[in-house]
Write a protein that binds this ligand. Structure first.
Ligand code: UFG
Length: 331
């Protein structure tokens, strides 16, 4: 199938493009390269350097290609920045997808796959998190994702849009062949920061909060390999044939891992010490987030290949060791 991948030069999108190719699909990428990397897009994949909130530019892409599905990975994802600059987040994470959805529907494309987040649950009412828990985001980032989920429900009703929204837990790791990996600028994510600190390329890792009500006092998260995320997305295509289909899935391994455990995994895998300092809690961090992904397993036959932190870190380490400057295009 020909698949439009919005945000296909970003971390998760670029990995998904390669998985799409491996599964025999034809991805076409649109990305404005604000955070994405041209070098992350797989060779021979058609690439359009446009903002997918730009209706005229998007029109030209839809006029050139006949897409079966649209996938959207192009959101901004810095929780802290979403608190200080909500307009930037609503513009890119809500207004731009609105344009994308409007354009695709106008061109008769009725299937959509959306990157949502566990941040839509806020502080979860129960753990592990199932899809039916109340969604009450505690920051604008999570709220923008929930707003799009709600828009998708409305479009399923009004236009017969079929969609799958995936609520990711903590995407991590890199392509197994070492070809691409995680390169955010600024980098705020635990694993690349811990690896960079171990390599002496970044400052000592600050561990944010040691007084959480968790076994070792640091936050618990559910790290899920970026290629496992992609495989779930592709598995959902087969479920979108009936107009008006609405699918919501958590994607995580269900294994809670503390910040200290993640740091220990980086030390074990790299054989290097991670220098750490202890800092106060980071605003907006829920103490524990981990998934019950039974629904994705039962309905999509999804089974993550990477079930624990160490093999995930191994893939990340392969990439960071080979490419210490990432894609080499950081401004
Ligand atoms: N952490 C540190 N030090 C750091 C960076 C992170 O201690 O320098 C801790 C955080 O406090 C958190 C854990 O490591 O407990 C993971 O933090 P990340 O920043 O790697 O990931 P988050 O859990 O904050 O964020 C992820 C996604 C977001 C999404 C969020 C949902 O990256 O896009 O999950 O909660 F919104």
């Amino acid at each position: 199938m020909k698949v439009l991948v919005a945000g296909g030069a970003g971390y998760i999108g670029s990995h998904c493009v390669r998985q799409l190719q491996a599964a025999g699909h034809e991805p076409v990428v649109v990305d404005n390269l604000v955070y994405g990397h041209r070098a992350a897009v797989a060779p021979r994949v058609p690439f359009h350097d446009i903002d997918f909130g730009d209706a005229a530019a998007l029109e030209r892409v839809f006029a050139d290609h006949r897409f079966a599905v649209v996938m959207h990975f192009g959101a901004y994802c810095y929780v802290g920045e979403s608190v200080t600059d909500p307009i930037k987040y609503y513009r890119n994470n809500v207004a731009a997808p609105l344009t994308l959805l409007e354009t695709m529907l106008k061109h008769g494309v009725g299937k959509f796959v959306f990157s949502s987040t566990c941040a839509t649950y806020g502080i979860p009412a129960r753990l592990p998190i199932t899809e039916d828990l109340p969604q009450a985001p505690i920051n604008p980032y999570g709220q923008t994702k929930l707003d799009v989920e709600n828009l998708l429900k409305a479009l399923a009703h009004s236009h017969g849009l079929s969609f799958a929204a995936f609520r990711y837990f903590n995407a991590a790791g890199a392509a197994e062949d070492g070809s691409i990996g995680e390169d955010h600028a600024p980098e705020t994510h635990l694993i690349p920061l811990a690896i960079g600190a171990a390599q002496g390329l970044r400052p000592a890792l600050q561990i944010f909060g040691t007084d959480y009500p968790t076994p070792d006092g640091t936050c618990l998260r559910d790290y899920v390999h970026v290629d496992d995320l992609s495989r779930a997305h592709i598995a959902a295509f087969a479920k979108l044939d009936k107009p008006g289909t609405r699918l919501f899935y958590n994607l995580g391994t269900g294994t809670p891992t503390s910040v200290k455990e993640a740091v220990a995994a980086v030390e074990k895998v790299t054989g290097l010490e991670v220098p750490v300092t202890y800092a106060p809690r980071r605003a907006g961090d829920p103490p524990a987030l981990y998934a019950d992904a039974t629904k994705a397993k039962t309905e999509l036959g999804w089974q993550p290949k990477f079930m624990s932190i160490e093999p995930i870190v191994e893939t990340a380490w392969r990439w960071h060791k080979a490419c210490p400057k990432g894609f080499g295009d950081r401004k």
